[in-house]
Ligand binder design. Sequence first.
Ligand SMILES: [Zn+2]
Length: 343
Amino acid sequence: MEKNLIDVCLGRIKADLVVKCKSMLNVFSGEILDDISIAVKGDKIAYVGKNAETMMGTGTEVLKISDGTAVPGLIDAHTHMDMLCTPTEQAKHMLIHGTTTIFAEPDELTSVMGFEGFKTFVKETEKLPLKVYVTIPLAVPQDPKLSSVKPLPISAYKEALTWSNIIGLGETVAWTLMLDKDSHYIEKFKLAIEKGKLIEGHTAGARNAKLAACVCAGISSCHEAINPEQALERLRLGIFLMIREGSVRRDLTAILPDLVQRGIDLSNAALVSDWVDPLDLKELGYMDYIIDKAVEYGLDPVKAIQMVTINPARHFRMDQLIGSIAPGRYADITVLKSLNRPK
Ligand SMILES: [Zn+2]
């Protein structure tokens, strides 16, 4: 229960900040609403609506947004930020481009430094103004029989799965080994499922019965679809579809126009980067660039924004805290100059 937020709504105490927006996107209804005030106490939103006057006092800061549309802070549902430059440096540029939350997996640091590398990443990202939720790598190594990289011990998974910012297990690259019930995977899957944590997928090439078996094993998402058929098959099986547009691969152009033309429901889908090269981040942008591309390929801008806000928040079971501008959520607000060309 958020006692302070209740008291702000009822005018018993004053808001720290009121943001007055000329235009705001409600990601639940898909409406663009005019003249909305957002009352904030601490780091959370108490009230969103037209009647914030009673919540304002002499100590309340007022911020007017008269140009552009306020949308929830953007979310990258699958990325890596431990390559080529530090998480701290990348976070600065991610925030500048309107992204306030990422779900990241430190495969590189963990490969090189083991559990100490993983802990170093978590410690550094905990201090950032960017919210970073972390998955524990399963792809370190992808196949223990073919690599000299040592897998993390099961004790590391047991320990890390108790930390509040650990969302679950990372991408299951060697899904064929997992289907063969290889001990490298099975024990960790059991542990994550027992603790109610998610297992992220990487089911490149899996289809039909094998893809269904991956879902039965507990895999909840996939960012490896590279054509509309693969994307649709994943959507139909209830897999959270992550369409990738980053520096590793750019799949939007192959997938999105076809899905849009067929009128496919994309509420169980997100747009993700799966890693952005620091130069691309600086020169092209980040999730704002990806929304821009999605709109260029025919997606309705509101739907594109839902795919980088409320949709991933629901997938990660965190929609009570992130992914919308609504009471009780973190006051993560991004202003886009134009919804049609957000970049
Ligand atoms: Zn990845």
